[in-house]
Design a protein around this ligand. Structure first.
Ligand code: HEM
Ligand code: HEM
Length: 195
């Protein structure tokens, strides 16, 4: 892939496929694409009427899944990528842990996918039951504990994704520079500002 030279010449350090910055930016715009397509779809009168008629089940799709796809998958994952790009430059040393950044990426990605994906699938399944004449509590009972299991699992993964990101930012800003930075030098990100 061609790499544009920056003033400092270090954009090269982010060109690898393993860079958390690149992964986060690509995933962010992908979620924004999915979220905005969903946004357009839910303005169609027939879809909007179906969602309204499905009550609490429809609410899981619009606005809950829509909001988290756009805000967690799109906005905050993009923000994480920008933080990882800017932080090493601001503190003039590598990110505290590229491995932690990778763990955080996968937790966030799997979390928001599971959380929003479950909300959409459960919303459709339970919404169909409601439209067929069931009450929402009856639809919930028919689906069983998997409803809460999927949503809580997605939420917990998202939570740990955020908290590991937050820990990495704090550690990058406040932790003393480690002697053996090579131990976590798997990511090209760490080559930035390494003396
Ligand atoms: C093409 C782009 C988009 C379209 C067509 C769209 C459409 C919609 C629609 C139809 C609703 C439901 C409104 C209602 O039921 O009253 C909604 C809600 C919402 N959207 Fe979007 N949306 C788009 C992009 C976004 C983006 C990029 C974000 C966030 C970065 C976002 C965040 C939200 C949130 C948070 C809600 C819930 C608002 C509430 O609580 O009432 N949307 N959107
Ligand atoms: C661990 C991460 C998160 C979890 C587990 C989570 C979970 C939830 C849940 C369960 C609700 C529904 C509340 C209810 O209807 O009673 C909700 C609503 C909402 N969340 Fe999150 N959330 C998380 C992170 C975020 C973040 C980071 C944002 C924004 C950047 C966000 C934006 C929203 C919005 C806008 C709503 C309201 C949607 C609406 O009803 O219009 N969430 N969230």
């Amino acid at each position: 892939m061609p790499v544009r030279e920056s003033a400092g010449g270090d954009e090269r350090a982010f060109a690898g496929a393993a860079s958390p910055v690149l992964k986060l930016l690509v995933v962010s715009v992908t979620f924004l694409f999915i979220g905005t397509v969903q946004g357009v779809l839910q303005t169609f009168p027939a879809i909007a009427a179906w969602l309204r008629g499905a009550g609490a089940a429809g609410h899981m799709i619009d606005p809950l899944a829509h909001a988290h796809i756009n805000l967690v998958g799109g906005v905050t994952m993009g923000m994480m990528g920008l933080f990882y790009f800017v932080l090493p430059r601001l503190v003039a040393r590598p990110l505290y842990s590229a491995r932690l950044a990778d763990v955080s990426f996968w937790l966030s990605f799997c979390g928001v996918s599971l959380f929003s994906g479950s909300l959409i699938v459960l919303g459709i399944v339970e919404g169909r039951m409601v439209h067929a004449g069931m009450s929402y509590p009856q639809a919930l009972a028919a689906v069983g504990p998997i409803h809460h299991l999927l949503i809580v699992a997605g939420g917990v993964l998202m939570g740990f994704g955020y908290w590991s990101f937050i820990a990495n930012v704090y550690l990058s800003v406040f932790a003393r520079r480690r002697k053996h930075a090579t131990a976590v030098s798997a990511s090209p990100l760490l080559k930035v500002n390494t003396p």
